[in-house]
Design a protein around this ligand. Sequence first.
Ligand code: NAD
Length: 421
Amino acid sequence: MSNEKYEFFKVIQEYLAKAARVVSLDPAVETMLSQPKTEVIVHFPVKMDTGEIKLFKGYRIQHSNILGPFKGGIRYHENVTLDDTKALASMMTWKCALMRLPYGGAKGGIKFNPRAHSTGELQRITRRFTHALGSNIGPDYDIPAPDVGTNSQMMAWIMDTYMNTVGHVNKQANRGVVTGKPVASGGTLGREKATGQGVVHCITEWCRESRFNLEGSTYVVQGFGNVGAHAATILSRFGASLTAVGDHSGYLKSPEGFNPHKLMEWVKQKGSVAGYPSGQAISREEFFATKCDIFVPAALEGQIGPAEARAMECRLVAEGANGPCTPEGERVLLDRGIAVIPDVLANAGGVTVSYYEWVQNKRSESWTLEEVDAKLETAMKRSYGEVVNFARERDVDLRIAAYGLALDRLQNVYRERDIFP
Ligand code: NAD
């Protein structure tokens, strides 16, 4: 990856324009979808453990709510920017439309490094951000969820802060203001692993179509957080071996294969893969050049540019992360015959199970893990099939097919409703 700033939002707008041509999208609809509906930026003070007051910058970008309430994760990372958050919010609109979920798209974040803060500080930052967002979020308006740097604990803090600021009468009806909560606080079984699980459903569908046997195959994972670690543990159940892994701390290889469960425990305790006993440290270049069958990027956007794509020795890239391939990187992969399952399809399992959580909150129900898993499997396989068929019929790649299907559905709604006034 070059050091130039990766213009993520511009890239998403280019995919939109390309897919719009494929589905003959009404130019007015394209114009409306080319920018978010609302961009909320807040600055809020938080008291640090030392007593010092620090000012934080937070975003909530609401791209579209034509299909339902705004929906999308909250990211805590030092590189969070307005433009990247706009890109991620737009992608949520396509993802929800593709998965036929009654949601629009949104994304939020705070520009800071959560690893540099104590649990107490993280709690105060999260609560103060929630308070600063105020009525810009709500269970029928805009529903955040975890993303990079956030987890179920932070969702519980958001829920609690929101519930305690909306008044007593509606308090209990407001649990659904966030998804990805801990199960005891109104979360659903199966949400924690849902994104990784969805990635694996796409991989197994690709294997079935390509007559490729996962048993005895190898895979590598970049980013060993929620998405990467769960995708790895689930893939290992199919007899596939994790031979290289990496995160913000660096990269490791293990030709005989890592135990992803033990590695996950290590990361939970130590905060990164660094120092994991059975791994040999390798460079980022060596990591990307690792020969394997399946490559799962599950870290950040813009990781696979042309240089990485030329070095990669795999059959399939399953995008657990949002935007991990640059357009140039993807072009190289496809030209080299490496298949790419695009983010808006591959990582849609997270928002799909978030929807199941929200429905359970609305109905005061608790579904079994089997129910959640079965519904997710059906939803992922149906969408995978639809994307593959669309790509074949229109002779486009899977990313443009996924965008095309989503845009077609959005356009139908605009046709029926027209615009106000
Ligand atoms: P996470 O915070 O749990 O994990 C992120 C991982 O990326 C960590 O292992 C971190 O060390 C690694 N990382 C960070 N910076 C890196 C760098 N410069 N180089 C290499 N690795 C780096 O986040 P997550 O929830 O697993 O999200 C990962 C990706 O998946 C993101 O693109 C996110 O938008 C996407 N995603 C997440 C969900 C979800 O449900 N959590 C759903 C859909 C998509």
